[in-house]
Design a binder for this molecule. Structure first.
Ligand SMILES: Nc1nc2c(ncn2[C@@H]2O[C@H](COP(=O)(O)OP(=O)(O)OP(=O)(O)O)[C@@H](O)[C@H]2O)c(=O)[nH]1
Ligand SMILES: [Mg+2]
Length: 368
């Protein structure tokens, strides 16, 4: 049996990983390949899993801890995906606040599971909004120096870096980002892409399809700083039901939740790493996002539908206290529902600061 090709795409929270994975899955399926996707989060109720499944993809999830700290669950999830039909390719999305993924995921798969997996190049997506600010040294891009440290380390271990969202950048802005990256990480190839429009996507696929030895970069990492950076973020996953007597526009409800939160978090001065919410009703799906305090709320998946009932999942990663985040998310949801004479019943809310990462494996030496 030939090994499963394992392609992992990293990058900071909201960088565009899920959007890119959906495009990659579609691309490989069109080539006749069987594709499985593995999502990952520190808690359950993932917007990404729901959104990728809504697009028809085969998705397994590792929920409750990151790939690195729950490595055995990653391989078990791939086994479950393979129990029906063995995938040719597994696309994996690690948590956007994780780093050291080459030592803790790519190398263990290469060196301990070499017969089962063929690990492709590790690409890291650069999020221009926070990325530009951090690389330029502007007040850490809204986050603490420890969170900025994670952002930098994510880039440092990449086999290649992709500047995403070029549809929103001028050539001069993209040139500047590329110079900043090349100055700090000389020798790492830099590509440009829009996961949204597909511009530059072909070149990314060409790099991902290269065969050879990857994950060769050896990186030092201070786990104390890493843990502090992760713990700066309030993490919240919430699931709820919304129902109303009269039909309401699902897209507008989600946008209202995100906009309400955007303004209450701005009042607190709490920087958003990524806020995402999905609404689901009988084969109908919509997703709204906010990727920074200085970006507008956006509808990344429009349903165009009016509904009386919807299941809603909110995932928020914001530099604030988790209790404050819970309070603000609850208020934002209730205000958006009240404005539509709809009732929200919360099913489950998990909110916390991520704990210290303790990887299952950590292999510092690349494969000979
Ligand atoms: N304009 C534009 N928007 C993009 C692009 N790529 C992603 N987005 C949007 O950015 C937001 C975040 O994208 P995701 O793909 O969910 O980002 P992610 O890296 O998976 O985020 P996490 O899983 O939270 O770490 C969504 O609203 C996307 O629609 C792009 O190339 N251009
Ligand atoms: Mg994602």
């Amino acid at each position: 049996m030939s090994p499963i090709r394992f392609l992992m795409l990293g990058g900071f929270l909201g960088a565009g990983k899920t959007t890119t994975l959906a495009r990659l899955a579609q691309h490989y399926q069109q080539q006749g390949k069987r594709v499985g996707i593995v999502t990952n989060d520190q808690a359950t109720d993932l917007v990404d899993t729901n959104s990728l499944r809504s697009q028809g993809f085969e998705v397994g999830e590792v929920a409750g801890a990151c790939f690195c700290c729950n490595f055995n669950e990653l391989t078990a999830t791939v086994d479950r995906l393979a129990s029906d039909q063995r995938p040719d390719i597994v696309l994996a999305e690690p948590v956007g606040s994780c780093t050291d993924l080459v030592a803790t995921v790519a190398r263990p798969l290469q060196q301990l599971f070499g017969g089962q997996f063929e690990v492709g190049p590790y690409g890291v997506l650069l999020k221009p909004s926070h990325g530009g600010r951090i690389l330029r040294g502007d007040k850490q891009g809204g986050f603490s120096p420890q969170a900025a440290y994670i952002f930098r380390k994510q880039l440092e271990e990449a086999d290649f870096i992709v500047i995403n969202r070029i549809d929103q950048l001028s050539d001069a802005e993209a040139d500047e980002l590329e110079q900043l990256i090349s100055r700090e990480y000389p020798g790492i190839p830099v590509l440009r892409m829009s996961a949204k429009t597909g511009q530059g996507f072909k070149a990314v696929v060409e790099v991902l399809d290269q065969r050879g030895k990857f994950g060769q970069r050896v990186m030092e990492l201070d786990y104390d700083v890493y843990a502090e950076g992760e713990a700066e973020l309030g993490w919240l996953n919430s699931s709820l039901k919304v129902s109303a007597e009269q039909e309401f526009e699902l897209d507008e409800l989600l946008l209202a939740i995100v906009r309400n939160l955007r303004s209450s978090l701005a009042e607190l001065g709490a920087e958003t790493a990524h806020l995402k919410t999905i609404g689901m009703a009988d084969g109908i799906y919509a997703v709204a996002n906010l990727v920074s305090s200085f970006s507008p709320a956006e509808l990344s998946l429009a349903s165009g539908a009016k509904v009386k009932e919807a299941q809603v999942v909110v995932n928020a990663r914001v530099a604030t206290d988790p209790e404050v985040l819970t309070e603000k998310v609850t208020a934002a949801v209730l205000a958006a529902c009240n404005a539509r004479s709809a009732v929200a019943s919360f099913v489950q809310t998990q909110s916390f600061r991520p704990g210290r990462p303790v990887p299952t494996h950590r292999i510092l030496e690349p494969q000979a």
